[in-house]
Design a protein around this ligand. Structure first.
Ligand SMILES: NC(=O)c1ccc[n+]([C@@H]2O[C@H](COP(=O)([O-])OP(=O)(O)OC[C@H]3O[C@@H](n4cnc5c(N)ncnc54)[C@H](O)[C@@H]3O)[C@@H](O)[C@H]2O)c1
Length: 251
């Protein structure tokens, strides 16, 4: 009951890590909003089969109109926004390659979602959180900028930007009672990753070997840290990014 009746938005919540977070929030008695460019309504319908409603919103976080419409729809339905999880991101479709082979369009389209998408979602929910006297923003980062993982430079840079945004936004919004933190997973067998044989071949075994806890990481490994940051247990914590990767990187 740690999130009893809190209104929580999970972007990219229809599958993968976001879906696991949405499920855990629902189990903690929150009203869950799944905001995703695909599959949001189905994911919400599945959650709504229990006696607590969930809302699915089709939303491309890289589009300002979509994020604004998302915030309006949540306020119309539930009257408040307590937690935003910026999870939507381009990762699982990527194939590692040298930076010289990356095109400018690949950088732009990835940054549009991973960085500008998080910015737009924060901007859309901040007015409601401010008028309520507080809220929580949790950014899903990655272990890659901490470790300097090679061969996906645009992605690593985007998550480095997310880490910086977590700190700077924590300072901008702390006075309004809005706490901004991050969670940085290691290589995780999400739905998207499981569907990408190149990533599995190149990254699964090497990631496992690099961990103190030498097994595959799965989406459920991440939800505990996210739910903690959304809960009262983390009420005096902001600007932090927790690395959750089985002990591959000590932060
Ligand atoms: N899987 C990993 O190894 C790993 C590791 C560290 C961090 N992450 C991060 O975790 C997050 C989720 O990754 P995943 O592996 O679960 O991905 P996934 O591909 O399994 O799921 C991503 C979800 O985000 C949605 N999405 C993508 N672009 C969107 C957009 N523009 N607007 C709204 N929704 C959008 C997709 O529809 C999908 O439902 C990403 O931010 C990713 O960078 C993943």
């Amino acid at each position: 009951m740690r999130l009893d009746e809190k209104v929580v938005i999970v972007t990219g919540g229809a599958m993968g890590i976001g879906r696991a977070i949405a499920n855990d929030f629902h189990d903690e008695q929150a009203f869950v909003v799944v905001a995703d460019q695909a599959g949001a309504e189905d994911a919400a319908a599945e959650l709504s089969r229990s006696n607590r409603p969930a809302l699915g919103i089709t939303c491309d976080v890289s589009q300002k109109e979509d994020t604004e419409a998302m915030a309006r729809a949540v306020l119309d339905e539930f009257g408040r926004i307590d937690v935003l999880v910026n999870n939507a991101g381009i990762y699982s479709s990527l194939e590692p390659k040298p930076f010289e082979e990356l095109e400018i369009e690949e950088w732009r389209s990835l940054f549009d979602v991973n960085v500008i998408g998080a910015f737009l979602a924060c901007k859309a929910v901040a007015p409601a959180m401010k008028s309520q006297g507080g809220g929580r923003i949790i950014n899903i980062s990655s272990g890659t900028p901490f470790k300097g993982v090679p061969f996906m430079l645009h992605y690593v840079a985007s998550k480095g930007a997310i880490n910086a945004m977590t700190k700077a936004l924590a300072k901008e919004l702390g006075g309004a009672g809005i706490l901004v933190n991050g969670v940085a997973p290691g290589f995780t067998l999400s739905d998207g990753v499981r569907a990408n044989p190149v990533q599995l071949e190149k990254l699964q075994e090497i990631s496992l070997q690099a961990r103190v806890l030498a097994r595959d990481q799965v989406p459920d490994d991440i939800v505990g840290a996210v739910t903690f940051l959304a809960s009262e247990d983390a009420a005096f914590m902001t600007g932090q990014t927790l690395v959750v990767d089985g002990g591959a990187y000590f932060h």
